[in-house]
Design a protein around this ligand. Structure first.
Ligand SMILES: [Zn+2]
Length: 304
């Protein structure tokens, strides 16, 4: 079946081989060490290691091209991809030049492969409301030019969603859809806060499983979770694969989608995530098809 990916970070598509192509000075030993993490700080370190090797527009174009090739190879035909716009600003790059390079690479690759990409621009939540607003304003410049949504990522505990209310209102008024990472490293209240400021989909949201009332709310309001099983295991968000609540969420009627988050970092792809759901959690072919259909319903851009 044609697949849809709704939670995918461009920078997180960079795998060990790609990072060595980006920076020939990096050794295999160094890369293996960085990739051998087993907790959230180790994951953030790996993401940072990659981000530091993206040195300008050409590198962003290069990884965009490789990402689209990889999506096509997996049978993904539609993806909403997060670009860490906040990181680009923080590093002092001219955002527009990077955006132009990414969009050009996207146009070329989309001409060759049956993949369609839209962009989610996200801010670093723990940098505070002013930074989040700055990214919202930046993102609003690209409505109609590939940007479809706005979101927040980073440290959930250190950057409460409620502080981002004004930025979310601004982004929405600018024509952007809204998503937010929540309920990954923090609990149900973080998910409630994300919904409260207007998030239409929740990145991860797995800790909703701790709160039956919240699961009912997600079900009744049809707010989808972007579930990323391997990511949660690798970052230690769940104690083990067997402890992942994907089945519990699905059985409670919560709208769930399956995603990779950072396939290069976690060494997975979307086909593999579906295979894990089948093998480890007993999802039938019909249920997996229902999950894929949920992803299509949850797209911010519907086929015209
Ligand atoms: Zn993510």
């Amino acid at each position: 079946m044609a697949l849809t990916e709704l939670h995918l970070h461009l920078e997180g598509t960079v795998d060990r081989e790609t990072v060595m192509l980006l920076d020939p000075c990096v050794t295999r030993e160094e890369v293996d060490r960085v990739w051998a993490f087993g907790d959230f700080p180790g994951f953030l370190n790996c993401f940072k290691f990659i981000a530091q090797r993206l040195r300008g527009p050409a590198d962003y174009a290069f990884i965009t091209r490789r990402m689209i090739e990889s999506l096509a190879a997996q049978g993904v035909e539609y993806a909403e991809v997060t670009l860490a716009a906040g990181v680009i600003l923080w590093r002092g790059f001219a955002f527009d030049q990077i955006w132009r390079a990414i969009r050009q690479a996207q146009r070329e690759a989309e001409g060759e492969f049956p993949v369609r990409i839209w962009w989610n621009l996200d801010a670093i939540r723990q940098f505070g409301p002013d930074h989040v607003m700055e990214v919202a304003r930046l993102a609003s410049n690209y409505v109609g030019d590939g940007a479809i949504s706005f979101g927040i990522g980073g440290d959930e505990v250190g950057g409460p969603a409620l502080l981002c209310r004004e930025a979310y209102r601004y982004a929405k008024d600018s024509g952007l859809r809204l998503t937010a990472h929540a309920g990954e490293t923090d609990g149900p209240d973080s998910i409630r806060a994300a919904i409260d400021i207007g998030a239409e989909r929740i990145g991860h949201g797995i800790r909703a499983a701790e709160d039956p009332d919240l699961m009912r709310l997600l079900r009744d309001r049809q707010i989808p979770l972007e579930v990323c099983i391997t990511s949660n295991v690798r970052t230690g968000a769940v104690a083990s694969l067997a402890n992942h609540p994907v089945r519990q969420l699905f059985d409670a009627g919560v709208p769930i989608t399956l995603n990779t988050d950072d396939p290069g970092v976690f060494e997975t792809d979307l086909t593999r995530e579906f295979a894990i759901a089948r093998r480890e959690f007993g999802f039938s072919e019909e249920e997996l098809l229902a999950i894929q259909k949920q992803a299509d319903r949850s797209r911010f851009r519907q086929p015209s």
